[in-house]
Structure formats: structure tokens, C-alpha cells
Design a protein around this ligand. Sequence first.
Ligand SMILES: Cc1cc2nc3c(=O)[nH]c(=O)nc-3n(C[C@H](O)[C@H](O)[C@H](O)COP(=O)(O)OP(=O)(O)OC[C@H]3O[C@@H](n4cnc5c(N)ncnc54)[C@H](O)[C@@H]3O)c2cc1C
Length: 385
Amino acid sequence: MLDYLLSEEQKMVKDLARKVAEEKILPAREGLDEREEFPWEIMKALAEADLCGLWIPEKYGGFGQSVLAFCLATEEISRVCGGVGVTFAASALGGSPILLFGAEEQKQKYLPDLASGKKLAAFGLTEANAGSDAGAIETTARKDGDYFILNGTKQWITNGGEAEIYTVIALTDKNRGARGATAFIVEKGNPGFSFGKKEKKMGIRCSATRELVFQDCKVNKNQVLGREGMGFIVAMRTLDLTRPGIGAQAVGIAQGALDEAIKYARERIQFGKPIISLQAIQHMLADMATQVEASRALVYAVARAIDAGAKDLTKESSMTKLIASDTAMFVTTQAVQILGGYGYMREYPVEKMMRDAKITQIYEGTNQIQRNQIGLSLIKESAQK
Ligand SMILES: Cc1cc2nc3c(=O)[nH]c(=O)nc-3n(C[C@H](O)[C@H](O)[C@H](O)COP(=O)(O)OP(=O)(O)OC[C@H]3O[C@@H](n4cnc5c(N)ncnc54)[C@H](O)[C@@H]3O)c2cc1C
């Protein structure tokens, strides 16, 4: 791996996350995947290691609001298990709208518990008829004095049912198009808020993916994030900030598969010699390693730019997710190929890594949507020249 000249603090975060991943996640990952069991014990270990508040300012009990540190930890966790990786990252996704748009009282109320890992968060935008087309959401929030009454169902929400804090986008005015949505903080236990179907998935099976159901759910107006009508801005700005995290998850999954492929290729003897001595295998490994490093370099560069205060990184943020998730899919598929028939068996971890990799091309905006976004940005930039 290239020397990214990480600071002492960043190295410490990376080493700590690797230690928890090796000691706690590695022995548990196969069973958690098999049983589709939420990794509560591991989330507790990550909290005890003080890794949950990397993206939160010190003022609210966090590590100092570093996207790069958050990406380093997400990568190390995902190198061992993509399912734990997304559980960890989705809490930051759910909490980031509070960090970006929350009033001071909201930050003080919610961020310390997320920083300590005492509570998890989740982000609810998607619905049955609104995936890529987020503007098609149907969940409504009708104003009623000092309250809003939420009705509707959010679908496929990561950490659904397990998290305590939910940021939810709902329509406050159907006729106002993009300005007709508002972001709310809704707590687990709020009357009228319950959980529906829990999904059975191809990969990231230890993560929880569940419906959020709102039936006349009464939410105080002081739970609005930003202002009424800003819901889609809240959602889009949040995703700009968190997509490098999905990039880091994908880099981690890819690195894990590359490590397994190299290890196996050194040990597997065919035709009287280790298969790693075959140039065909070396070329596969060379392409895999090159793509992993290129993806990592972009993820770290964009994370560093965000930390340094660079603005309007929508295009670059989309690029991190695009390149890293395509790399994860490519590298994990090649890893299965290098392990041959053994790679197809659950006894070896690479088939799980291939299953886990696929989702990184789909969630937080599919890769087609990332390409659309990058294309739009290119048009905009060229018009400004
Ligand atoms: C495991 C999992 C966890 C998730 N977690 C969350 C979560 O925590 N919170 C949340 O809000 N959502 C979550 N999602 C939802 C996720 O973000 C959506 O699945 C994703 O945005 C795509 O929407 P869709 O699945 O409805 O696909 P669709 O939008 O129906 O797309 C279907 C296909 O058409 C393509 N397509 C659609 N529109 C275009 C276009 N304009 N140009 C080119 N191609 C297009 C898509 O790329 C895709 O290939 C999760 C999903 C899954 C599967």
C-alpha cells in the first residue's frame, strides 16, 4: 500500500480499527452472515474503542470531525466484513444531517450519544416508488399547530429497527416540487412510528435493512432539520459528505478479497508449483491491486479535501463511490476466480466478499446515477469556462 503520509492520529485510528476488525469481527463474521444477525457485540466493541465519533466535532464528544479518519476506520472494518462496515457507516449517514443542518440544541441532544456509540442512527429517504427518483417520495408531513403528522412508509433503511435516531425526508407540500420536502429527526418509540418488513439479502447480511412505518406519527416542529422545504437539500448535501464513506467500504471489501487471493495463490499447488508463479494469475493480481490503490487514492484525496474545507465536491464525491464500488465488484469476482472451486464455497470468505461488494454499486445512489451526476457536473463546468 502506498504511504499516504497519514498523521499520527490517523494512523492510530487505522490501527485501532484493524485491531477490532481482526480480534472481534473476523471470528464472528461467518456466523453473523449465516444467521443474518445484527452485530450488536461488535458495535459495542467499536464504541468502546472510541471509533463511533470520528465524524463528529470534539465539542459534541467526537474525535474532531474528520471524514478521512472515518474513511480509514470504515475501510479497515469492511476489509473484514462489509456488513459491519455498512452498519458503522450508516449511523454516520443518519447522523450527518444533524451535523450539517441541526440547530445547536439538536446537535447537543443527539450527537454525543452517536459519538459515544450509545445510540445508532439511520437515514430514511427511499420508498417503494422512489429510489433513484427521490423526488417521487409519497410520505407526507402535515402541519398541525406546533406539530407535523407523518404518514407513509420508508423502505430498505439500513439500521432500521436497531437505531434510536432517524432522519426522515417527508413531503410538507406536494405542490412545491423540490422545495416541498422537509427533513425530520424521529426517535424510536415516538408514537405512530413502527418498523415493518425486515429484508433477507444477498450480501451485507448481518446489517439490518427494514421498513420505517409512519401512521399519524406526531413530531414536534422543533424536530425539523434546517427549515421547512429544505428536505432534498439536506438529503443531497448529506450524500455528498457520506459517499466517500461508501467508497471506503468498497475499498475495504476489495482489499480483503485481494489479501485472500494472494494468500491462496501462494499456497495452492497445481502442476507442481504454487499458482502465484503463473503469469496469468500474477496479471490478475496486478490489475486487482492497481485498481484498489487507485480507488483508495481517490477516496483519501476527496476525504482530505472535505476535511480541508473544499466546497462543492458533488462530482468528486460521486467519483469516489463509482470507482471504488466498481473496483470492489471486479476484485471480489477475480478473487473467487483465483480460488477456483474453493472460492465458490462458503468455507472461504471470498464468496461473501463478492456478495457484499454488489450493494456498493447500488445504494447511496446507483452507479448509473453517479455517472449521471458526474456528467451533469462536466456540462456545468464546461459551460463556465
Ligand atoms: C441493502 C440496501 C440498503 C439501503 N439502505 C438505504 C438507507 O439506509 N436509506 C435510504 O434512504 N435508502 C437505502 N437504500 C435504497 C437505495 O439507496 C436504493 O435502492 C437506490 O438508490 C436505488 O433505487 P432503486 O433500488 O429503487 O432502483 P431504481 O431507481 O428503480 O433503479 C433501477 C435501475 O434503473 C437505473 N436507473 C434509474 N433511473 C435512472 C436514470 N435516471 N439514469 C440511468 N439509470 C437509471 C438504476 O441505476 C438501476 O439500475 C438501500 C438499498 C438497499 C438494497
